[in-house]
Ligand binder design. Structure first.
Ligand code: NDP
Length: 333
């Protein structure tokens, strides 16, 4: 597959170009909003074509897929352009700034017959898949609650638009709560119905929230507690799932790397759970390519991206108003 990168981003640089190349793909072109930046990025990463116009990618018939990792407000127009050009789209989360925009993007892809996937990497990890399998096989019985610990410290090189630009999609809720929403949906196989929440700026956010805590109610009656932050250097990450027959403790697993430990505790005692250690992003790209070839679905579909955004935006609205919010999934319900 020949790919076009839309966005000369850190995530493409640190993870996605390697994942594309590891799956036999070729990074054929990169588009930035600044031509000089695109050329510099291309030179540093061995990309043959670079420019500031989307047409560079859209008019190249040899490019079959695009990876969109620009700032969040640009995802919608860039994805619509790619879909109109017949390209398959792997788009970063959040898919868009609003649920209706994300749904519009996914409907356009469905209508055009191209694959649109959301780059929710956590559901590609061996640890999350192991936790989901334990739940699905009944090892912890009926799920009572899920607790998500995703308070991290945003490194300086990522602090720009994420901490000070709401118009670019900044704030911890579109950045991390959206991932946790996908994790909850992936692990429990159901969609949050309503949320209560609080958010705040605890030392990093300038005009956007840098921390939030929320509680979500699931259709089964299970309760989900989520904590996301940019300001916690030593908190560590993880998740716990508690059922009436057992509990799962997964430590260090809300991360981009194949690390962390999973432990199952039941009446029989404690046991370490084996976890596959494959690269999360390679798995995501592989699943995307398989879907293009007609084998299954991407790890996270476009509609999964609509749903995770819907939950995240409900959290923000609940925190803003102080009022419990029903999650509005648009067409994803
Ligand atoms: P970056 O800030 O690195 O990149 C986003 C855009 O900002 C780039 O496309 C680029 O615009 C511009 N930019 C980046 N660096 C510079 C610079 N030094 N000078 C000027 N402009 C710059 O963001 P991330 O890579 O962290 O995030 C991009 C997207 O990926 C977001 O949607 C985010 O939510 C998502 N993401 C997903 C992750 C995942 O694991 N799924 C992890 C991290 C991010 P241009 O292209 O116009 O030059």
């Amino acid at each position: 597959m020949r790919w076009g990168l839309i966005g000369a981003s850190t995530i493409a640089e640190q993870h996605m170009m390697a994942a594309i190349r590891a799956t036999g793909g070729e990074v054929a072109a990169v588009v930035s909003t600044t031509a000089a930046r695109a050329r510099d990025y291309a030179a540093r990463h061995g990309i043959p074509a670079a420019g500031d116009r989307l047409s560079l990618v859209m008019e190249d018939a040899t490019i079959g897929a695009v990876y969109i990792s620009s700032t969040n407000e640009k995802h919608l127009p860039q994805a619509l352009a790619a879909i109109a050009a017949g390209k398959h789209v792997l788009c970063e989360k959040p898919l868009a700034m609003a649920v209706a925009e994300a749904a519009k993007m996914v409907s356009a892809a469905d209508g055009a017959g191209v694959i649109l996937a959301t780059n929710h990497h956590l559901r590609c990890s061996g640890s999350h898949r192991a936790v989901r399998d334990l739940i699905a096989s009944g090892r912890i019985g009926r799920v009572l609650s899920l607790r998500l610990f995703h308070a991290v410290h945003l490194p300086p090189h990522l602090q720009g638009w994420r901490i000070n630009d709401a118009s670019a999609g900044g704030g911890v809720i579109p950045d991390i709560t959206v991932h946790d929403a996908d994790v909850a949906r992936f692990l429990l196989g159901e969609d949050p119905v309503s949320v209560v929440a609080q958010m705040g700026s605890t030392g990093m956010g300038q005009g956007v929230e840098d921390s939030t805590m929320s509680v979500w109610t699931m259709p089964s009656g299970a309760m989900v507690q989520a904590h996301e932050s940019f300001t916690h250097p030593f908190a560590g990450s993880g998740l716990e799932v508690h059922g009436d027959k057992g509990s799962i403790f997964a430590r260090g697993v809300m991360t981009q790397l194949p690390v962390g430990e999973v432990e199952l505790v039941t009446a029989a005692g404690r046991e370490a759970v084996p976890v596959a250690r494959h690269n999360l992003y390679v798995q995501g790209v592989s699943d995307f390519l398989a879907a293009i070839d007609g084998h299954g679905k991407p790890a996270a579909t476009g509609w999964d991206g609509v749903a995770s955004l819907a939950v995240a935006l409900a959290v923000r609205e609940a925190a803003r108003t102080g009022i419990r919010q029903l999650v509005d999934y648009g067409r994803a319900a």
